[in-house]
Structure formats: structure tokens, C-alpha cells
Design a protein around this ligand. Structure first.
Ligand code: FAD
Length: 439
């Protein structure tokens, strides 16, 4: 007896199924894989911040649950600390994590891509047509790039103008690093930065900082042009103070109201084209397009017209399919940012809610979700934004008043100790969260 009801009744209705089934490429003839002899089957799609955290937490907290993790790559390259590769402060192996720790905990890691979900039969179909049955499904596939939002930015273009906004096999961040190393003396680095909502609100600005950190040492006459589709950004005052202090006039930030929105690129000519038709020649171009949830969340009808997945903030059950819990960047988690920390923090509530539902119990009633986003601006120099999120009493989530906050602003001469400590906290955060995902 494992304490779970075998006859739990799914809450999904026919009406809910309709949208999902309409787009389903479910193949009846494909062989099903039955991995679990007994005990509930928790299947997780995506072995990143949300998925790896969920799989590990489930194995530790619910030993009688069979956990299967589906992930196409054989190891995980984190986006957090990817910018430090550009700054010469980290190397790719230092941000690459194996799934062996999860295997050692008994997670069945299936190296494959999920291509369809059948919410009625409760099965995931993989790219090779094998099928995996689940009782509860956690989906944390991250983002996809809206390539159609930037004319000319196809797959081939991202070899010339890398986005480096998804870990993948690490090749995108490596291309960008090599391009920076080869930048002509006094050359121009252009960044195209997307509108909200997107993965990691402070990420582009940490990237600008780390590129500047590299250039200051190796190419001090180079310029950075940061074209932004917004008029403001996360930790703006802190970043702009730090840029002025550390990098002088190397960085020019061009907001949307000054024609900063890049709508097309010509990679062969190495040109960014703005909303109002201005052509900007760059030597190195980092194009971060607008985003939406990864394909598996959109193609199966879990996402709404916004391209992101509406969920219950207490359980992370998808509105379209209550046995499918969608966590991480793919869901609509506002006001929580799309961050690795939020993906990790919410993964535990999603797993607890999923298992409680299988047991016929209520989800933990008063979840607390955490976020701290650290950003490195230079050597021994980091800043952060932190918040704690809880239920708001109306079925949503709110930032807890008087919790969290921003690093203080002020001259480096007064805040050097604080900035150095935050850089140390950032390193400790990275080590502890990746331990909480992969060990
Ligand atoms: C430059 C940069 C810096 C960042 N820095 C920070 C930071 O300092 N702190 C922070 O908290 N966050 C940071 N982030 C944000 C963080 O990376 C994301 O918020 C986090 O990765 C989201 O987790 P996720 O599980 O939703 O997606 P991911 O971590 O991207 O994981 C998704 C996984 O799903 C897999 N997948 C996709 N489709 C399928 C499929 N069909 N079948 C199976 N698997 C699939 C992918 O291969 C991937 O491994 C940063 C992001 C960037 C780009």
C-alpha cells in the first residue's frame, strides 16, 4: 500500500480536453513504455530549473513515487552565469551539469524530446514515437524565441547574431564569446533587447556589463549599443550607476522611445534595423528576440493567446488540463519574474500539490515563493533584487509588502564592501540552487 488512491478521479472535463485533443498528434499504434510497476507515476518534461528541481524534490519527499524526467540534452547548461563566460569569469564546463545525480536518486532520465501530450489517456509521446504514461505531469520546458517578431532572424541568422538565451548544448554562448574575442579594435557590439515579458528581466543588462568587463580589458575603445524595446528595465538605476562608474561612456542604452526597438536584421551585412527604419552597422550582434512558452506547451493547447500558460498559482495546474502542472518560464506567473529561482521555488509546491491531488488531499494551503536575482557588473561587483511572493486572497499572487528589495544605490567608494559581498552571495546562490537541482 503506498497511501495513494488508485482510483483518483481526474478533474479534467471533456470541454477542457477538446482544445488539447484538437492539436494532438497522438499515434495509436506507437508502443507504450510502462516504467512503473506500482506507485504513482510523476513524469516531468524538461530537465532545467523547474523540471530538474521538481524531479529531485519528488524523489526526496515522496520515495514511493516513480519519477521520469524527459530531456533532450545529456547535460544542462545554465543560463544563469552564462553571462560570466562573456566576461571571462567562468568557462562552459563550470555551468554544465550532468543528470547523474538525479539518476542516483532513482529518477528515470529519458534522453528524448516530448512531442505530444495526450491528456485523456495521460501519456506523453516522444520524438521517436514511444509513449510514457503518467498520473501527474509536470511541464517545465522553458521558452521559445518568437523569430517572426524580428524579420530575417531565422536559425541561420542566430549563427551570425547569436541569441545565447537558451542553454541548449552551450554553443550559442560559445559563439558569442568567440565573436567578442575577435571583435576588431574599437569595434561595435550591438544588442537587441526584447519587450516584456521575457526570461530573466535583468539578464540583458548583466550581459551588457559582462561584455563591457571583457572589452575594458581587451578592447577598451570598443562601443556597446544596447537597443531596447522598452523604456525602462530591472534594476535600471543600479546598472546605470555601475556602468558609468566602471565603464565610462563605453555603453549606450537606446530605449524604445528613442527608436530602440529592433524589428529586422540583415546578418550578411551585419545590420540591425529599427522600428523606424534606421540601419545600424554592428561588428558583433546579440539578438534576444521576444519570447513565448516552448513549443510543447503551445502546440498541445496548454498556452493561451498570449503564448504563455495560464495556471492556478496554488497548484500550477494548467487551466486547460488540471493533471498537467506547468512551472517555470512557460507559465503566467506574474508578478513573479521568469527566473530560475522562481522555477525552482514553485516546482516544490507544484509537486506537493500534484501528489496531494493523487492522494485526494488538498494542496499545501499557504505557499511561499522566493526570488533573488543577482547581477554581476564587474569584478567583486554585484547587485540584486529580491522578493517573497504569497497568495493575495483573491486567487492570485502578490509580492509580500516590506519583503525583499533592491541593493542600495550610491558611489562605489561607499559601497565596495556591499558590492563584493553581493558577488559572493551570487556565487553561493548559484552553487546552492544547482545542488538543489542536480545532486
Ligand atoms: C543570460 C541569462 C541569465 C540568467 N540569470 C539568471 C539568474 O541569475 N537567476 C535566475 O534565477 N534566473 C536567471 N535566468 C533565467 C533562468 O535561466 C530561467 O528563468 C530558467 O531557466 C527557467 O527554468 P525553466 O525550467 O522554465 O526552463 P529551462 O531552465 O530553460 O529548462 C527547460 C528545459 O526543458 C527542455 N525542453 C524543452 N522542450 C522540451 C520538450 N519538448 N521535451 C523535453 N524537454 C524539453 C530544455 O531542453 C531545457 O533543458 C537567466 C537567463 C538568462 C538567459
Amino acid at each position: 500500500m503506498n497511501g495513494f488512491s488508485n482510483g483518483f478521479s481526474p478533474k479534467l472535463t471533456r470541454r477542457h480536453f477538446g482544445a488539447l485533443l484538437a492539436g494532438s498528434a497522438f499515434t495509436l499504434a506507437a508502443p507504450a513504455i510502462l516504467r512503473a510497476d506500482s506507485g504513482p507515476r510523476l513524469v516531468v518534461i524538461g530537465g532545467g530549473f523547474g523540471g530538474a528541481s521538481a524531479a529531485r524534490f519528488a524523489r526526496i519527499s515522496y520515495p514511493d513515487v516513480n519519477v521520469t524526467l524527459i530531456e533532450p540534452y545529456d547535460s544542462f547548461v545554465t543560463c544563469p552565469y552564462g553571462n560570466l563566460i562573456l566576461g571571462g569569469k567562468r568557462a562552459l564546463p563550470q555551468i554544465t551539469h550532468s543528470y547523474d545525480g538525479l539518476r542516483a536518486r532513482g529518477v528515470d532520465v529519458v534522453q528524448n524530446r516530448a512531442r505530444d501530450i495526450d491528456p485523456v489517456a495521460k501519456r506523453v509521446t516522444l520524438a521517436d514515437d514511444t509513449r510514457i504514461a503518467y498520473d501527474k505531469l509536470i511541464v517545465s520546458p522553458g521558452i521559445a524565441l518568437r523569430r517572426d517578431a524580428i524579420e530575417g532572424y531565422d536559425e541561420a541568422a542566430s549563427e551570425i547574431f547569436p541569441h545565447a538565451w537558451m542553454g541548449g548544448d552551450g554553443s550559442q554562448i560559445s559563439i558569442l564569446r568567440r565573436q567578442l574575442e575577435a571583435l576588431p579594435e574599437g569595434g561595435v557590439v550591438g544588442l537587441a533587447i526584447p519587450p516584456n515579458p521575457f526570461r530573466c528581466p535583468p539578464g540583458p543588462y548583466e550581459r551588457i556589463s559582462m561584455i563591457a568587463h571583457h572589452l575594458k580589458q581587451h578592447n577598451p575603445r570598443a562601443k556597446i549599443l544596447a537597443f531596447d524595446a522598452k523604456d525602462g528595465f530591472s534594476k535600471q538605476g543600479l546598472f546605470q550607476d555601475g556602468w558609468a562608474e566602471l565603464y565610462g561612456d563605453m555603453i549606450e542604452w537606446i530605449p524604445a522611445s528613442q527608436d530602440g526597438t529592433i524589428t529586422a536584421v540583415d546578418p550578411q551585412e551585419r545590420v540591425f534595423i529599427s522600428e523606424f527604419g534606421e540601419r545600424h552597422k554592428v561588428d558583433v550582434g546579440n539578438v534576444i528576440p521576444p519570447q513565448y512558452a516552448a513549443a510543447i506547451a503551445r502546440d498541445t493547447g496548454l498556452a493561451d493567446d498570449s503564448g504563455w500558460v495560464p495556471v492556478d498559482p496554488l497548484t500550477f495546474a494548467a487551466e486547460a488540463a488540471p493533471d498537467i502542472h506547468v512551472i517555470g518560464d512557460a507559465n503566467i506567473g506574474s508578478p513573479m519574474p521568469k527566473s530560475g529561482y522562481v522555477a525552482n521555488s514553485t516546482s516544490k509546491q507544484a509537486v506537493a500539490a500534484a501528489i496531494a491531488d493523487l492522494r485526494g488531499e488538498a494542496a499545501p494551503a499557504d505557499p511561499v515563493y522566493f526570488n533573488t536575482c543577482y547581477s554581476h557588473l564587474g569584478d567583486d561587483y554585484a547587485v540584486s533584487v529580491a522578493a517573497i511572493f504569497r497568495k493575495d486572497g483573491e486567487g492570485g499572487i502578490m509580492a509580500t509588502p516590506d519583503s525583499g528589495g533592491l541593493s542600495p544605490r550610491g558611489p562605489l567608494s561607499e559601497l565596495a564592501y556591499n558590492r563584493r559581498r553581493e558577488a559572493e552571495y551570487a556565487d553561493a546562490w548559484y552553487d546552492s540552487i544547482t545542488t538543489d537541482m542536480f545532486s
